[in-house]
Ligand binder design. Structure first.
Ligand code: SAM
Length: 357
């Protein structure tokens, strides 16, 4: 039975965070406050309370698949720090109703793990790569792992994963000068290079924001014409896609701030503690708890989460929140009124590593 929200958006895309632990300290995300989450080695579910067990993960995804979710993205934190990541990929890939499984990773463990993940059923992957320059990469992530990530990307291509998408968060004054280098990478490598506008989850990061229009401008100046790709697949997500003539790869622009795409949102997130989070930006979460054991109860929890969804996220470019719905465009008619929630007045408590980006 399709799960519609009050705007009639059909939800088929589940993003599940399997751990909050991460081995990087990206300046716009930063899991530093909680030292338990700052780790460099695989964690166990026992010693890391923010890590989801294999059993809970499979139970949640199989329920979601029953309710019409067809696409699943495994994320975190850093999902490759989960001790049972390959088993999770395999389990989810073989669940009835799941048509597509993907993973978002920082890429630092891929060289050693990609064969195992591909054998487990992983066909496509998103890898975060915010700089091609060793010093800048280290400045952004707090770790000097650039060459490991680049080797990991090559390993994914060799293992036959397709598409391999590279996520580049645009950061003013930090990596904006590398836009032409990333375009050159999309020219040479059969990857999707996706430029993402930085969302100011941390108020200190509001100054990093640059609109993706800057990519179009720099592409023109650098002699990389961007030709819109009109034919779209279900798996393209919210990225506006462009082709550079003669290039092996594609370029994507993801602009949650300058032109939000909430009107097409078909996602629900699950935190590593097993709560449904209907919107990335709003702090509303509903724990699945005992509903995990009762499909009818679980269906009601999913419905409740969906009815909490609003027309648009409330985040403003300066890191403040709009009071109310935050809709910046003409609002579609509601099929049912949305649950009225307290207007948001502060930035989300959880950061991306804790929600699952
Ligand atoms: N550890 C994995 C990784 O690095 O890809 C998965 C988790 S990470 C939170 C998922 C994605 O969210 C990454 O591509 C990251 O760049 C993006 N992200 C995190 N904070 C962001 C922000 N403030 N604005 C835009 N994207 C952000």
């Amino acid at each position: 039975m399709p799960l519609l929200d009050s705007l009639g958006r059909d939800h088929q895309y589940l993003r599940i965070s399997i751990t909050e632990a991460c081995n990087l300290r990206c300046i716009y995300c930063k899991p530093t406050e909680d030292t338990k989450l700052a780790t460099v080695s695989p964690c166990t579910t026992k010693d890391r309370p923010h890590t989801m067990s294999y059993t809970d993960c499979l139970q949640i995804v199989s329920l979601a698949a029953r309710f019409g979710f067809r696409k699943v993205r495994i994320t975190g934190g850093e999902p490759l720090l989960h001790p049972e990541i390959a088993k999770i990929v395999k389990g989810i890939s073989t669940l009835s109703g799941v048509e597509d499984v993907s993973l978002t990773t920082n890429g630092t463990f891929l060289v050693d793990r990609i064969q195992e993940l591909a054998q487990a059923g992983l066909r496509r992957i998103n890898i975060s790569l915010d700089s091609l320059n060793t010093e800048t990469y280290t400045r952004i992530t707090g770790q000097g792992f650039l060459s490991r990530v680049l080797e990991g990307i090559e390993a994914c291509l060799q293992a036959g994963l397709h598409p391999v998408k590279l996520n580049v968060v645009l950061l003013k004054g930090i990596n904006e000068n590398e836009i032409p280098d990333f375009l050159a990478l999309a020219h040479q490598w059969p990857v999707h290079v996706r430029f993402i506008e930085c969302m100011p989850f941390l108020s200190s990061t509001a100054d990093f924001y640059i609109p993706t229009d800057r990519v179009k401008q720099q592409a023109r100046e650098a002699g990389f014409p961007l030709v819109p790709v009109l034919e779209r697949s279900d798996l393209d997500g919210p990225a506006e896609l462009y082709r550079i003539p003669g290039a092996k790869g594609l370029v994507g622009l993801i602009h949650p701030m300058s032109h939000h795409f909430c009107g097409q949102c078909n996602r629900v997130r699950v935190t590593s503690q097993g709560s449904l989070r209907p919107c990335l930006i709003r702090d509303h979460e509903i724990p699945l708890g005992n509903a995990l054991l009762d499909p009818q109860m679980a269906y009601q929890v999913f419905r409740k989460a969906l009815l909490m969804k609003e027309p648009a996220h409330p985040l403003k470019r300066n890191g403040e929140l709009e009071i109310g719905t935050g809709a910046s465009e003409a609002e579609p008619q509601f099929l049912q009124p949305p649950l009225r929630v307290q207007p948001d007045r502060k930035l989300p408590e959880r950061k991306m590593y804790a929600i699952g980006g």
